[in-house]
Design a protein around this ligand. Structure first.
Ligand SMILES: [Fe+2]
Ligand SMILES: [Fe+2]
Length: 240
């Protein structure tokens, strides 16, 4: 039993974009993190195009993982219209897939939603004009509200927010400016700042930056596999 002050280290990576072929490197990664971390947190784009075959291929490699697994889906996992099957396969492999829920490991709460696009700060897209724009904006608002509802249920002293899309512009820095609005949304960051959060992890911005903060000071990590991290590995090791 871990008390509330025992440091808790988890491994986190996003954007594995697993295809249908076997991946010994991935199996090695899952074996390695099982020895160094107390949980593995997967930040979406788990598969390349969301086919059941790709999900099965990831599930097979995840058998090497011996620690609790937590994850959210990313936009790529929706691409071919099989997201429900992908969820079922990954849940069957033991992943706590979060979509507006939370789970707990050693007293640390993990709260997850995929999130959505919409842009950042004063330049965030607002709900104005054509119905299509309003639908787009409402998807981002709905994801932020689902995160808020899940956060309200948390009683733990330490909470980690798991996302695919970025909640701040800080960690998408390095991406072309033109695509910032499609990489995340400040509405997620505003929601996070209404709570006490120990860390936020996300992916999606493959060319972004590892570390940033919400306006309220919560630390945010972009753990996309492509991002350079202090661990020197494709995954981050984060202690809360
Ligand atoms: Fe990705
Ligand atoms: Fe993505």
């Amino acid at each position: 039993m871990t008390d509330d002050t025992t440091p808790f280290t988890f491994a986190s990576v996003g954007d594995l974009h697993v295809g249908e072929d076997k991946s010994p490197a991935l199996r090695e990664l899952f074996t390695e993190v099982s020895q160094t971390a107390k949980a593995l947190v997967l930040c979406g784009d788990l598969t390349d195009t969301g086919t059941p075959q790709q999900a099965e291929s990831l599930a097979e490699e995840l058998r090497a993982c011996r620690i609790p697994m937590i994850g959210v889906l990313g936009n790529h996992d929706y691409e071919t219209g099989h997201a429900e099957e992908v969820k079922t396969i990954l849940k069957g492999a033991g992943v706590h897939l979060l979509d507006g829920q939370s789970c707990e490991v050693d007293g640390v709460a993990f709260v997850g939603v995929k999130g959505f696009a919409g842009g950042f700060g004063k330049r965030m897209l607002s709900s104005f004009g054509e119905p299509a724009i309003k639908t787009f904006v409402s998807e981002g608002i709905s994801e932020a509200m689902r995160l808020e509802n899940a956060m309200r249920t948390i009683k733990n002293k330490r909470a980690v927010v798991v996302l695919h899309y970025a909640p701040v512009a800080d960690t998408v820095e390095g991406e072309p400016l033109e695509i910032y609005p499609f990489l995340g949304c400040s509405r997620l960051g505003e929601t996070i700042d209404r709570f006490k959060v120990s860390a936020v992890v996300h992916g999606h911005a493959h060319r972004g930056k590892y570390e940033g903060r919400t306006p309220g000071g919560a630390v945010v990590y972009n753990v996309a596999a492509h991002i350079e991290k202090p661990s020197g590995k494709s995954y981050a090791l984060i202690t809360v």
